[in-house]
Design a protein around this ligand. Sequence first.
Ligand code: URA
Length: 427
Amino acid sequence: MNFIDIVNKTKKSVPLTDSEIDYLVNSYVSGEILDYQMSAWLMAVCLNGLTEKETVALTFAMRDTGITLSFDLDCITADKHSTGGVGDKTTLIIAPIVAACGVAVPKMSGRGLGHTGGTIDKLESISGYRTEIPASEFFDIVKTTGFSVIAQSGKISPADKKIYSLRNATGTVDSIPLICASIMSKKLAMNADCLLLDVKWGSGAFMKTKEEAQKLADLMEKVGKSAGKKCRAVVTDMNEPLGNCIGNALEVRESVELLQGKIKGRLYDTCIELASDMLELAGMGTHDECVEMAENAVNSGKALDVFRQTVKLHGGNEKICDDVELLPKAKFSHVIYAPKDVEIVSINTEELGMASLILGAGRISKDDEIDNTAGIVLEFSVGEKISVDAPLMTLYSSVCSDFSESAMRAYNALKFRTLTSDVTTLT
Ligand code: URA
């Protein structure tokens, strides 16, 4: 087998055999195939795609370059993956709900990059919370409380780590089969019994159209099922932030308040829907029974108890579950007010994510430091009417006291209708 034959086949859209894909992945990880050669193959995939069978083989080959976990638990395990977006704090809410209903959630998550946030950064805003712990401690926490979320380990799909950084450097990220293999190789290595895939679409998401998101969702579901998993992929809207808070500590605050039963609306509905999807996949009942179970877990305070215990076992300050004021707070803030009576028509969610990044909540490159107090709190939802001089949003930061750039981007991200004229954009 040699690399030139392989790249020529993909260049001409001739499907590769499973053993050619194994050879490609393993030889790249071992260093026999070099970065410039792999880049050429990745570009051929971006241009010509892969068949479903090739995508399954690529995913399995990447998974098998690292360890596959196994859980010695007397209950079903379920994992979820969200392709990420602005203000997406669903893991912090869904994992304790599902665990409180008797299904264990062992989960590895990533850090934020660009306009999207990462679950690990959010958890690390809880003082003391350790996201890098030995595997034995991770298993113990899952056994004790029902869920644990830790940072991605280099031992899980090491091929993905190497290929993903090459894709970032060579403009080959935006390929549905490559995204699918990247995500699914890590999820299959985690090896939970059930897998819920939440593919976001819209201005704040990776996939800009619903059609693209559906294609990725369908492919990921097929790959999951090929590996024998109970797997469901759903497509959800990210054309407005999920919830009112964007930024790490601010999103933990909102998640805790939801688990305290204080928040309803779109974030609550989305989380209950996703949690009940996971419970249904795990065989806990019909969809309606699972919705009721998930709502009871919040209303009874059981999900908050599970979250409290997990935070404590990770070394975090669990008192934040009773008093969100104990979360870190920004040194500086800036309120943006409505210039006239308006109705919010739409939000450019990606721009709002970028404004939050400028405030310090996100990273441009993966080694950047973040300010876990930074972010934005919205005072409205799309469709709401706001009176002149009422607050539209508050910006927070501890590292940036000059709000001019972030405020301009956040303000320009809103499209609104003045209550006396046609749709216009704030300037
Ligand atoms: N997230 C991943 O883990 N991989 C991709 O390719 C894209 C998003």
